[in-house]
Design a binder for this molecule. Structure first.
Ligand SMILES: Nc1ncnc2c1ncn2[C@@H]1O[C@H](COP(=O)(O)OP(=O)(O)O)[C@@H](O)[C@H]1O
Ligand SMILES: [Mg+2]
Length: 417
């Protein structure tokens, strides 16, 4: 490719020395007859498949080759994500090719007399939609476009009024009712869209070992979306990967870092689990589950006594609590024995991480945790809703497990998505 040939004379070398055939198609579509045929490029598919890299590098080469003194937009989910996922790798990729001057959220790239401006936007950042509204752009790059509000994406597209302007997107699949899928991917032919579908095999930098590790991290609907790259519906069990093999009769003796996670309820069931870690795995050692509707509601004070019983002799460091349970959080604090943390409560991200840990064999359950074992077999996606959401039944132990995973167990290991 032109870029690497030019770069070979430069002191600062790009780490991108070769590209896969799919990536090469992305790098060249604007140089051949496809340029006349398409106005939009959509690269969708698996995680880590080299979509962002190929789209970003090609976008910059195209902009710098075809335009002068023109404005472009580079958009991520947030400006922070945009810098991290697009701009930093991009700077390494085009190092030495262009002179870069960055100030605030604007980057000016130049070579000789030719220069263009690239504005950074975050689709989810407040104010970004208003800022982009008044602009006239030669092109827009939308990274992780499926995670941005539709209004922002459409506004960004509407700004592309310069002659020959093009829209470039990279994204991971969501459910099949997502508007980007129904309105753009399914209507690719009539909307002058070049759609390229990626899998991890399209990224030449991934070893077989790394690919196998990623495959092991996802299952169920997330495997279909993030590994196979399908726009799959969330249907059936939320945790189909849960199996008898994850149930243990005896606990290891070297458990440490004890934590309790709580899903609070008065008329709805209250669920709490005691966790301990050994050898990189977390064990749900025992649990307390109380259905107030069937057995009569307990007071906060009575629930607190149940937590004490659940902790027993274990030196519990923290209690992770449902963030909406304000009075119970106060009650635990008053007693002064446990430190309290409000749980992170992003349902879908939490489910994905919990599914990942289950698939990797990092979450295990003592056989006494009967309500957890029961809920695993009953917790299902609400297909009728058309959205990615579980049916709000049999979800109490499921919620406290998710709080635990999101707040304690993942420890930031899932930053790639
Ligand atoms: N041709 C390539 N050569 C070297 N590294 C690459 C190449 N393509 C992608 N990568 C690296 O692989 C990782 C995943 O690529 P990325 O473009 O972020 O994938 P996606 O957007 O599909 O998740 C990144 O670290 C990226 O730098
Ligand atoms: Mg990406």
């Amino acid at each position: 490719m032109k870029a690497s040939a030019r770069q070979s004379n430069q002191p600062q070398k790009s780490r991108f020395t070769s590209f896969s055939p799919k990536q090469k198609r992305v790098l060249t579509w604007w140089t051949d007859e496809d340029r006349e045929r398409y106005d939009v490029l959509i690269c969708d598919g698996a995680v880590r498949s080299g979509k962002t890299t190929a789209v970003a590098v090609s976008f910059i080469l195209w902009a710098m080759e075809c335009y002068h003194d023109t404005s472009f937009a580079i958009c991520g989910k947030t400006v922070g994500a945009c810098r991290r996922n697009v701009v930093q790798p991009l700077r390494s990729a085009v190092a030495g090719l262009y002179k870069v001057r960055a100030s605030g959220n604007v980057m000016e790239l130049s070579r000789g007399k030719r220069k263009n401006r690239f504005y950074l936007f975050g689709g989810k950042d407040e104010g970004s939609a208003a800022l982009i509204q008044g602009m006239t752009l030669g092109g827009v790059l939308l990274d992780e476009a499926a995670l941005m509000p539709r209004s922002f994406v459409e506004q960004a597209m509407a700004r592309c009024s310069v002659e020959g302007a093009k829209i470039w997107m990279s994204l991971n699949p969501e459910g099949p009712t997502h508007w980007l899928y129904t309105e753009w991917i399914c209507k690719a032919a009539e909307k002058r869209v070049l759609r390229l579908h990626f899998t991890m095999d399209d990224n030449p930098s991934l070893s077989e070992n790394v690919k196998a590790r990623y495959r092991g991290m996802y299952s169920g609907v997330f495997y279909r979306r993030f590994i196979l790259g399908e726009w799959a519906a969330a249907d059936g069990l939320v945790y189909p990967m849960f199996s008898e093999q994850m149930v243990v009769q005896t606990l290891p003796e070297n458990l440490v870092r004890f934590v309790i996670s709580v899903d609070y309820g008065t008329m709805n069931p209250f669920s709490a689990g005691l966790w301990g870690e050994a050898d990189g795995k977390w064990y749900r050692m025992r649990e307390f589950y109380h259905n107030g509707r069937e057995k009569g509601a307990l007071t906060d004070e009575e629930y607190y006594q149940k937590l004490e019983e659940l902790a027993g002799d274990c030196p519990v460091r923290q209690v992770i609590v449902d963030p909406s349970a304000a009075s119970f959080i106060q009650c635990i604090r008053r007693h002064g024995r446990f430190s309290v943390r409000k749980a992170k409560n992003s349902v879908l991200v939490g489910i994905r991480h919990t599914a990942g840990m289950l698939s990797e064999g990092k979450l295990l359950f003592h056989a006494s945790c009967r309500d957890t074992l029961r809920e695993f077999t009953l917790y299902v996606w609400d297909k009728a809703s058309g959205k990615d959401q579980p049916v709000k039944e049999n979800d109490h132990a499921m919620d406290d497990i998710r709080y635990f995973v999101e707040t304690v167990a993942t420890g930031g290991n899932f930053s790639f998505r």
